[in-house]
Design a protein around this ligand. Structure first.
Ligand code: PLP
Length: 434
C-alpha cells in the first residue's frame, strides 16, 4: 500500500517511511491511498470476538498488502492484548471502555501497535532508532510503555517542567531501560519546538536515526479503526450505531471515519469537545479559525489547532457539506462536564473521567442530527487519571488500581534540560556513545 500526504505535494511513500517520518515532507499527514471494503459476511464474523481477534480480521483490509498473515497475527495478538468492553449505560446507550491498556488511556492502542509494527518492519535494519516525543502527559506514558524493551529503539520523552501530573510523570519516568525522561524548563510548546527542530537539524540527523511517534503518526491511527468494529461486534443487534467521540486532535474521530469508509454501519458521529471548539465551529461556519488552546478539566482535549482536521477534510474532498452529513459538533463547558460526572454516578453508580463525560454529553446532539437508535460514546481514560476532579464530583475516594500504585512508588529517573536544541542534541549524541 502506498501512503499519500494530505497536502498533496510529497510523492506517495511506503509504510515504513510514513511511520518513521511521522509527518510528510510537505507538512501534510499520511493516509492510505485507498480503502478496501469489509464485506457484510466479515461483519457478522466479528460479533462477540475478543478485541485482538477483531483487530486481526480488520487488519487484513488496512495492512494486508504490507505484512504477511503470520506477521499480522503476531502484531495484533501481542500489541492489542487487552480488553475493550462495551458497557451499557441506559436503554440503547453504551460506553466503549478504551482504558484497559497499561497506561489506562486509549492512547495505548495506537502507541503499542505502532511500536510493534515498527519492530516488525525494521527487523532487517538494526541501526538504533531514537523515538522523540513531546508530551503534555498521556502520550508520553503510552509511547514509553509501547516501546519499552523494543530492540534497537531508544525512546526520549520531552515534557514541560510544569503541567504534567505526578502520576503522568511517574508513568514514563520510572521505566528506565530504553526510556529516557527529559524534563524541559519550559512549556509544552517549547518541547514540541525542540522535537521539530531536532528533525530538521542536519548534524543530528547525520549522526543518529530519528523517528516520530506523536499522535499524527499513521501507525497510531490505523489500529484505532479496529475498536470501532469491536464496538459494533459487541452491540446487541445489527443496527448502525451513533458514535460520540470526545476529541482534541481528532485522531480518534478520524479513525471512526475510516471505519465507516471501510464499510462499518454507522448512523453518524458526534464530535464532542470542551470549549476548545475549532472543529464544531468549522462544522457550522465552514471556516477553520485556529486559536491558542484554553485550559479545561478535560485537558487532553485542550487543542486549538487540531492536526487531524487535515485528514478529515481530505477524506471528504474538502467539502464541508459532505462532512456535515456524517459529523455533528457538540461543545461542552467544564460545568456541564462536572454535572454529568455527578449525575451519572448518582443514577448508575458508574464513574466517568472528564473526557468520557464529554463523550457522553455529545450523544444528545448526535441523536438530534442522526435520529434515534443505538448510541456509543468512547471512554478515553480511566477516572483515576483525573483523580482530583472526579473525586470532587462523586464525593468519595477512587480505588487505586494496582498498576498505578506500583508506578507511584517506583523511583523516577529524570534528566533536566533547558529549551535550547543544543542541549537535546548533546544528550542524544552522548547517549549514542554509551
Ligand atoms: C488524547 C486524548 C483525547 C483526544 O483524542 P484525539 O484523538 O486527540 O482527539 C481524549 N481523551 C483522552 C483521555 C486523551 O488522552
Amino acid at each position: 500500500m502506498k501512503y499519500l500526504s494530505t497536502a498533496g505535494q510529497s510523492p506517495p511513500t511506503d509504510l515504513l517511511t510514513a511511520l518513521t517520518n511521522g509527518i510528510a515532507p510537505d507538512g501534510g499527514l499520511y493516509l492510505p491511498e485507498k480503502f478496501g471494503q469489509v464485506p457484510s459476511t466479515t461483519l457478522s464474523k466479528i460479533k462477540d470476538l475478543p478485541f485482538d481477534q477483531v483487530a486481526r480480521i480488520i487488519s487484513e483490509y488496512l495492512l494486508g498488502d504490507d505484512l504477511t498473515s503470520a506477521e499480522l497475527d503476531e502484531l495484533t495478538h501481542k500489541s492489542l492484548n487487552f480488553s475493550i468492553p462495551l458497557c451499557q449505560y441506559q436503554q440503547n446507550v453504551f460506553g466503549l471502555e478504551l482504558f484497559h491498556g497499561p497506561t489506562l488511556s486509549f492512547k495505548d492502542v495506537g502507541a503499542r501497535f505502532l511500536a510493534h509494527l515498527l519492530d516488525l518492519l525494521r527487523k532487517k535494519n538494526r541501526k538504533t532508532l531514537y523515538i522523540l516525543v513531546a508530551t503534555s502527559g498521556d502520550t508520553g506514558s503510552a509511547v514509553a510503555q509501547g516501546f519499552l524493551d523494543k530492540e534497537g529503539v531508544q525512546t526520549v520523552i520531552l515534557y514541560p517542567s510544569e503541567g504534567v501530573t505526578p502520576l503522568q510523570e511517574s508513568q514514563f519516568a520510572t521505566l528506565g531501560r530504553n526510556v529516557h525522561a527529559l524534563k524541559v524548563s519550559g512549556t509544552f510548546d517549547d518541547c514540541q519546538n525542540m522535537v521539530k527542530s531536532a528533525f530538521l537539524d542536519p548534524e543530528l540527523n547525520r549522526q543518529i536515526k530519528l523517528g516520530s511517534a506523536n499522535s499524527i503518526n499513521i501507525g497510531r491511527l490505523l489500529p484505532q479503526v479496529f475498536y470501532y468494529f469491536h464496538a459494533y461486534g459487541q452491540l446487541p443487534g445489527n443496527e448502525p450505531t451513533l458514535f460520540s467521540v470526545p476529541s482534541g486532535n481528532f485522531g480518534n474521530l478520524t479513525a471512526g471515519l475510516i471505519a465507516k469508509r471501510l464499510g462499518l454501519p454507522v448512523r453518524g458521529f458526534s464530535a464532542a469537545t470542551n470549549i476548545n471548539d475549532t472543529v464544531p465551529e468549522y462544522l457550522i461556519t465552514g471556516h477553520v479559525r485556529t486559536r491558542p488552546s484554553i485550559r479545561t478539566i478535560s485537558n487532553a482535549m485542550d487543542v486549538g489547532d487540531p492536526s487531524n482536521l487535515a485528514r478529515m477534510e481530505y477524506l471528504y474532498n474538502r467539502d464541508v457539506s459532505r462532512i456535515r452529513k456524517d459529523i455533528v459538533g457538540s461543545v461542552h463547558s467544564d460545568e456541564e462536564t462536572r454535572l454529568c460526572i455527578r449525575e451519572i454516578y448518582k443514577s448508575t453508580g458508574k464513574i466517568l473521567d472528564p473526557h468520557s463525560a464529554v463523550g457522553y454529553l455529545g450523544i444528545e446532539s448526535g441523536l438530534l442530527e442522526f435520529g434515534a437508535g443505538p448510541s456509543t460514546f468512547l471512554m478515553t481514560a480511566h477516572p483515576i487519571k483525573f483523580r482530583e476532579t472526579v473525586e470532587q464530583e462523586i464525593d468519595s475516594a477512587l480505588e487505586i488500581p494496582e498498576i498505578i500504585s506500583s508506578v507511584l512508588s517506583a523511583k523516577r529517573q529524570v534528566v533536566s534540560i533547558g529549551t535550547d536544541l543544543s542541549e537535546l542534541r548533546d544528550f542524544l549524541i552522548e547517549s549514542k556513545e554509551t
